[in-house]
Write a protein that binds this ligand. Sequence first.
Ligand SMILES: [Zn+2]
Length: 475
Amino acid sequence: MERLLTRCRALPVPATCNHQLSGYILRRFPHCAPGRGKRLVLSRMFQPQNLREDQVLSLEGKSDDLTCKSQRLMLQVGLIHPASSGCYHLLPYTVRAMEKLVRVIDQEMQAIGGQKVNMPSLSPAELWRATNRWDLMGKELLRLRDRHSKEYCLGPTHEEAITALVASQKTLSYKQLPFLLYQVTRKFRDEPRPRFGLLRGREFYMKDMYTFDSSPEAARQTYSLVCDAYSRLFDRLGLQCVKVQADVGSIGGTMSHEFQLPVDIGEDRFAVCPSCSFAANVETLDLSQMNCPACQGPLTETKGIEVGHTFYLGTKYSSVFNAQFINVHGKPSLAEMGCYGLGVTRILAAAIEVLSTEDCIRWPGLLAPYQVCLIPPKKGSKEEAAAELTGPLYDHIAEAVPQLRGEVLLDDRTHLTIGNRLKDANKFGYPFVIITGKRALEDPALFEVWCQNTSEVVFLTEEAVVELLSHVQVV
Ligand SMILES: [Zn+2]
């Protein structure tokens, strides 16, 4: 009893819980039970589940050729829900995964000196007219007018806005440079044919970074610094992206690379040389001769999803907005710029596309919305006697493995069989599924542990489960 009371007092809410733990009190103040109120239970999740394939297609109101595996799976298990053409509600699991992805991005960007900003989505037309992109961008730019007839677009990218912002700082010195400014915000593009769910929507999240350097040499160094950070980021996610030479397109500049994730439904085509490290988007190549420009060997062509893009811009934008700094000779000089994009929602969908099976979602380990799912026995089943072991296991994990707090979900739908809930858990792709099954009746009790990313099933004691989970990396 003393131990229970101590635990009870350690709970954060509310102050009235230092009562005796009588049955009455437990009913009135369920948070007084150890661990109660902190356990996340599946039945309380806002999580539409298990839609049939035809229901998924009718949700989208689209024919089969506009859908792909990641889109179908994400709709089926309730990760996203269509709002309008090319726009999706991101449901709680997706938001958790995205927040984790943003944390990884923040870590990598800040490790190279990135500073986070947040710019308005409403971008005034005069900024875009200054660079002539108001006309150049054509119908892709989502335009609108306010009550004073002032024109805006909903920003698809922010070169104009950030350059005008930096230009407004009149006393920048070369000593302060480089600046690496980035944001993670919603972007808009009026796609003529939105498709493939989060892979090609009209509203999406991007990380966009803009760099300001004092010389072309320094800017090139910054460029390779950011490219290396992108490579590290994709490595940490376990995504085998290829860095390919790319076209500068409407962004402009003199040098550009794409980070392509090879996959069949990819809408980009790129060529790689198996004998050297050359890789390029086919748009940049002379298609009449498909030989490697570096070693003359034959090139092989692959389809990919563009998940990152980098541009060396030079003074293309800084000259328009007069973004200057005081150089080493005390004279004003134009900043040398680069810009760097990562498709945040696109990386999530692309990762699901390449890692998942036809029926089951698989996540990069770091991004799984929840790391662990516990499945207690079915009510009325032979194993029901072991039901009381699941709660203490949950609390033991939360206590002994601090990084997993908030990462463990209890599938409390005990009216369903273990098998049915295991099937669901497989679909959601929790990295660890822990079942209180038949062997939990043994002495000592053994839990059935499914390690999704290694496809192993092992039987472990409570202590061994906690030991196994203590090695899980959480961002
Ligand atoms: Zn080659």
